[in-house]
Write a protein that binds this ligand. Sequence first.
Ligand code: SF4
Length: 125
Amino acid sequence: MAETREIICVTCPMGCTVQATVENGEVCDARGQACKRGVAFAREELLDPRRMLTATVALKGGVLRRSPVRSERPLPKAMLLRAAEVLRSVTLQAPVAQGQVVVADILGSGVDIIASRDIAAEVLS
Ligand code: SF4
């Protein structure tokens, strides 16, 4: 059975309201978008929603106590809570380099979790 849903395309600041109809696991109709990127957005949002994951993990020996991390690409939305659980058990050792892989292929998603910034090691006097 076909189902029509209304979503806001956030691909650009225009913010078009797209009415997308899904039938048999496919977007079969889309209206209201000003360009074809709105159809791609609706397809991903309705069939395979994804979000960036940002978090912090514990850090030892650094000038900060926690290190900000993020997914290198959006993760499947259904995976976010479990991925955050995994990060709760991670402890990095300073120094940390921006872009350093913190968890490779988290939960078999093909997406790495990477460090968001450089953090220097604490200088002990
Ligand atoms: S449909 Fe096109 S113009 Fe409208 S918000 Fe999406 S990207 Fe922007």
